[in-house]
Design a binder for this molecule. Structure first.
Ligand code: ATP
Length: 310
């Protein structure tokens, strides 16, 4: 079966709340697709509809061309992590997975394989009630992989992960995609998906507001911009905006400049005796690219309101 998810025209209301308002996108094999958007955008509801846990009022969700309920051995087609907290606290990780494997007619050997894949082998016999949220996420991911599915769908898998866990999960998601699987990962923090997602579906108010490759998004957001690192951001902005550049503050000590080549930026700052530690071609972070996409960036444009740069 092909590793794809196709969602078309999903609509769903909970009473007066419109959770899904025509959600439409597809997830392709061999890529990590980030599913992003603010709280309440409809990400979890979409995933629940894909898995047949919620019924849509309208529209269709297909996994490898079939609705979830039409899959004969669902866990071998799609693995999912929706709520890592939903565990029996008295059961060990191994016990939990054995129970799941048994209910699906899978061999116990596969349980040890997935425990190893997610790095839980040494904690496998401890009770899950004592697990940190990060360990529960790993256990949830192990459960998702039990059936060696072509499609993997994880809702907020970075939640509760420590920095080491975040690095691990990024690499892990990349390896799942490299094996040809279709991987859909939701997050409301863009930084989590940095260097991980190949493609991005951005949702807002129950529908898709952007469906784009990450490389294209970052390329477009980077533009022909120059990044300046400086301990004097206000002076830097004043001088460069005064000379006609479009400038934007993207961090405490980083300014981006459009319209000027790096050597012109250096000459202007030197000429005005403004200190800086680095001037380089700018590569937008995923978070920055997303902010631009959703037009949240704070921008200072040259002639518009010079007083803001003072
Ligand atoms: N079972 C439910 N009953 C009532 N309203 C619900 C239910 N599930 C979701 N909603 C509402 O539907 C909307 C979409 O919620 P959803 O959880 O899908 O968003 P989300 O993008 O996953 O958000 P988050 O990032 O917070 O998980 C929200 O307004 C939410 O309050």
């Amino acid at each position: 079966m092909e590793a794809t998810i196709e969602v078309s025209g999903l609509r769903k209301r909970f009473g007066r709340t419109v959770a899904l308002d025509g959600m439409t996108f597809s997830v392709r094999p061999g890529l990590v697709t980030g599913f992003v958007g603010p709280n309440g955008a409809g990400k979890s509801t979409t995933m629940r509809v894909i898995l047949g846990l919620d019924a849509a009022d309208e529209g269709a969700a297909l996994i490898g061309g079939k609705p979830y309920r039409g899959l004969r051995h669902p866990l071998s087609h799609v693995g999912s992590l929706l709520d890592a907290a939903a565990l029996h606290p008295g059961r060990s990780a191994r016990g939990h997975l054995l129970w799941l494997a048994h209910s699906q007619g899978m061999a116990a050997r596969r349980v040890d394989e997935v425990l190893d894949l997610v790095g839980l082998t040494s904690a496998a016999r401890r009770k899950a009630g004592g697990y940190s949220l990060g360990m529960r996420q790993r256990l949830g991911i192990a459960a998702a992989l039990l059936g060696d599915p072509a499609t993997v769908m994880l809702d907020e898998p970075f939640n509760g992960m420590d920095p080491e866990g975040i690095v691990w999960i990024r690499g892990f998601l990349r390896s799942l995609a490299a094996q040809g699987r279709a991987v859909l990962v939701s997050s409301h923090l863009m930084s989590e998906l940095q260097d991980t997602a190949d493609h991005l579906i951005a949702a807002g108010r129950g529908k898709v507001i952007a469906d784009t490759s990450v490389a294209g998004l970052i390329g477009a957001a980077s533009g022909n911009r120059v990044a300046v690192r400086t301990a004097a951001p206000q002076d830097t902005m004043r001088v460069l905006a005064g000379a006609g550049a479009t400038v934007a503050a993207i961090g405490r000590d980083t300014i981006t400049v459009s319209g000027f080549a790096p050597d012109r930026v250096v000459a202007l700052l030197n000429g005005a005796a403004v200190p800086f530690s680095e001037v380089s071609a700018h590569r937008a972070s995923l978070e920055e690219a997303y902010m631009e996409l959703t037009r949240d960036a704070v921008e200072f444009r040259a002639p518009a309101s010079p007083e803001v740069t003072r």
